[in-house]
Design a protein around this ligand. Structure first.
Ligand SMILES: [Zn+2]
Length: 127
């Protein structure tokens, strides 16, 4: 996604989010739940770009993939969630899957705080 479009989405998302969250979701002491996890966007054994993460590098079953870190504001009884702008995991983020996820989560959280500075969030992460 180009930077200009990304910025527009974030600005729309920020104003929409504050209005929607406060109107539709009950807070718990002004806190909202934000579970975060990674998910796959792309996976191929042949097609790749310079930013692709590589699984089984140099081996016969080498594959190229892109994952993102995504998070949604949730409220347990509600089926509707409010997704926040995702963060791409890049090959440059680290040498292991764990390193890559940690680096992308740091950027995701920093960007979320920048986009929604007044929103108090409880971050939920998997093990
Ligand atoms: Zn790629």
């Amino acid at each position: 996604m180009g930077m200009a479009i990304q910025k527009d989405v974030r600005q729309f998302s920020a104003s929409y989010l504050i209005k929607t969250v406060s109107e539709c979701f009950d807070s718990i002491q002004d806190l909202y739940l934000l579970p975060i996890d990674d998910t796959g966007l792309f996976y191929s054994g042949t097609c790749r770009c310079d930013d692709c993460c590589i699984k089984n590098e140099g081996k016969k079953n080498q594959t190229f993939y892109h994952n993102i870190i995504g998070g949604c504001i949730i409220h347990p009884p509600r089926k509707t969630v409010i997704p926040l702008a995702p963060e791409a995991i890049c090959r440059q983020d680290g040498s292991t899957k764990n390193d890559c996820e940690k680096a992308a989560i740091r950027r995701f959280l920093a960007q979320t705080k920048h986009d929604h500075p007044r929103l108090k969030l409880v971050i939920l992460l998997g093990g």
